[in-house]
Design a protein around this ligand. Structure first.
Ligand code: M6R
Length: 613
């Protein structure tokens, strides 16, 4: 969590840093701060609440200077107050530090610092770094050497961190360090950047370089030097970022989420693009496994969190159906703690939009330690999960800024189908004609999505009628079940409504007791083999007073007698229906949140990228 920016160049740093923080605010938004170095020293401003509060504080205030660092916070140690907002400074106000992560041994370090006379001004773990830097820069073998001071401190820190540091006596230097959490360098012309991700500097440069584990970066106007913790210079490749800058702007929409919902047809098109050869055979060279190894796979695990976990559940249906391989889908936060039976012939698929989710990353590390082959399915090129996996399949969804995952889930589900078909093709469980036919079905989805998105106004109207509900249930069967979970998660996180998703056949074993007169129950019932059973379930809940909201297929009248409200989607193959049923669920939750006057993009207590366990 937390967004970090560092800049040194010839522009006014305050503007560059605030602009970067605006783009990173999705990572955390309970307080924010900046520090700018001018001729007289470090100027630091911090404010609790969203970035807008900080912007108001500094507006009209002179903070000249062309070197600056900034931070937008998701609190871990200490509540989100002005005092706990970053940057933190040492006793003399000579060093400013911003930090993403947690320093696990900070209490021991604080005790030592207090004994040595340092005054603590916040409840954060971060502040210790400022005081330690004060000591090491002032004295001893690293005296007067900021990068060496930071390298030496990193050796004493336990936990996860990205640290970005500036010092009043170093007018041409920002220093940053990384362990376990993401840090990217932006390479400009006469100016250079560091940021939590490329959106921090994409408005200024598209040349980026990822910082690896336990590396320290010295950022100067003329260039950037990366070293390991011993000070040895480490070479690395830069890469070009081809994300469209407009994609990271709201483009006239009230919220990013609304824009990102509309971007889904194009996103799916991108995910599918260029995957077929002239013979209509699927190519997924990113999997990077030999045909022999693919044929040797005996089981598949899919590990992920939140909405990505729901995408993984769809992957299970697709891979089991097409490849006849056993697939287990695990919440990444549970995976490594129960000692799963994973070995050499196991394919582990880690699904993560950000590629930085701590739980998923740890699951990847665990799987690799067990000699499994790990494939990352991620949206973020150069992310930690993609780099630590054996191979990476990029979902190509473009930047997703809203905390709620929409086009990311959509493209993850699409990628799950691609993986399923590719494995089936290589293992010979589906013949090439069938793979071609499924790919042809998938290729119709973007147009169907465009059509569906064009008729969402009745769904928005329905959402407004639900705005005062405090509990909503979601039911589905087969691939509709993960979508029921996804619909419930979206409503919880966006509208703070108590919502649960169930397999429809399961409600009679307990959850049906939740139903009272008027309880809204959303049933995902597009036309497919289990629809008759779903209609029974709709009748069961309706008989107990539920208000039934049924998602069905165009032209299908079978469910109409039992539905209080109907949402109709275009027809497609039953296994692919999640790519369509998910859309009204997204629109419903966004509109309920909007009608309740909530911040659709930045729900309370959350952050986009969950980099703590
Ligand atoms: O970046 P990731 O895909 O690993 O994130 C996983 C979850 O944190 C994420 O999907 C979360 O559940 C979304 N906010 C849901 O909309």
């Amino acid at each position: 969590m937390c967004g970090i920016v560092g800049y040194v160049g010839d522009k006014q740093a305050l503007e560059v840093v605030l602009d970067g923080l605006r783009r990173l605010e999705y990572r955390g938004y309970d307080s924010a701060g900046v520090s700018v170095l001018d001729g007289s020293g470090l100027q630091v401003e911090r404010k609790a609440g969203k970035l807008a509060n900080l912007e108001e504080l500094v507006s009209g205030r002179a903070m000249p200077g062309t070197l600056g660092i900034g931070h937008t916070r998701w609190a871990t140690h200490g509540p989100p107050t002005d005092a706990n907002a970053h940057p933190h400074v040492d006793c003399a106000g000579a060093v400013a530090v911003v930090h993403n992560g947690t320093i696990e041994n900070y209490e021991v370090l604080v005790a030592g610092l207090e004994q040595r006379g340092h005054q603590r001004r916040s409840e954060t773990d971060t502040e210790v770094v400022a005081h330690l830097l004060e000591e090491r820069y002032a004295d001893g073998p690293t005296q007067g050497d900021l990068p060496a001071s930071l390298r030496s401190i990193c050796k004493d820190l336990e936990g996860s961190f990205v640290l970005v540091v500036s010092h009043r006596d170093e007018p041409d230097l920002v220093v940053a360090a990384r362990r376990n959490l993401p840090l990217v360098i932006g390479l400009g012309d006469g100016e250079n950047f560091v940021g939590s991700d490329v959106t921090a500097f994409i408005a200024h440069t598209r040349e980026a370089r990822a910082v690896e584990q336990d590396q320290v970066v010295e950022v100067r106007r003329a260039g950037v030097t990366v070293t390991d913790l011993e000070g040895t210079v480490v070479d690395g490749d830069s890469y070009h970022v081809d994300w469209d800058t407009d994609a990271a702007e709201k483009g006239g929409y009230e919220f990013f989420m609304l824009k990102e919902i509309e971007e889904q047809p194009a996103a799916v098109r991108e995910t599918l693009g260029g995957r077929l050869d002239a013979d209509g055979l699927l190519h997924l060279d990113e999997l990077a496994m030999s045909d022999e190894d693919v044929r040797g796979i005996e089981q598949v695990f899919i590990v992920a969190c939140g909405s990505a976990y729901h995408s993984g559940l769809i992957g299970k249906y697709a891979i089991e159906r097409w490849c006849r391989l056993p697939v287990q889908v695990e919440m990444a936060s549970e995976f490594r703690y129960r000692d799963p039976v994973v070995g050499r012939n196991t394919l582990v698929i880690a699904v993560s939009q950000s590629g930085e989710t701590a739980d998923t990353l740890e699951a990847v590390r665990h799987a690799r330690s067990q000699r499994a082959w790990v494939l990352a399915v991620t949206n973020t090129v150069g992310s930690t999960i993609s780099r630590e996996s054996d191979a990476a399949l990029y979902t190509r969804g473009g930047p997703e800024v809203a905390v709620a995952s929409t086009k990311a889930v959509m493209t993850q589900i699409t990628a799950m189908y691609l993986v399923g078909l590719y494995l089936a093709q290589l293992r010979g469980t589906r013949d090439p004609d069938e793979v071609r036919a499924h790919m042809a079905d998938l290729s119709t989805i973007p147009d169907l999505l465009t059509e569906l998105l064009g008729r969402m106004e009745p769904v928005r109207e329905l959402a407004r009628s639900l705005k005062d509900e405090e509990r909503v249930l979601f039911l589905g069967r087969h691939v509709g079940y993960p979508m029921a979970l996804e619909g419930a998660l979206k409503l919880k996180e966006l509208a703070y409504v108590s919502a649960e998703g169930f397999p429809a056949g399961e409600i009679k074993h307990g959850p049906i007791a939740l139903i009272e007169q008027g309880t809204p129950v959303v049933v995902i019932a597009p036309r497919h083999a289990l629809q008759a059973k779903l209609i029974n379930n709709v009748q069961e809940v309706r008989a107990r007073g539920a208000r039934t909201i049924v998602i069905t297929t165009d032209g299908d009248a079978s469910v109409l007698p039992y539905a209080d409200d109907v949402i109709s989607i275009p027809d497609t193959k039953s296994l692919l229906t999640p790519l369509l049923t998910i859309v009204p669920l997204q629109v419903l939750s966004a509109e309920i949140a909007r009608a309740r006057g909530l911040d659709v993009d930045q729900p309370r207590n959350l952050a986009k990228s969950v980099t703590v366990e």
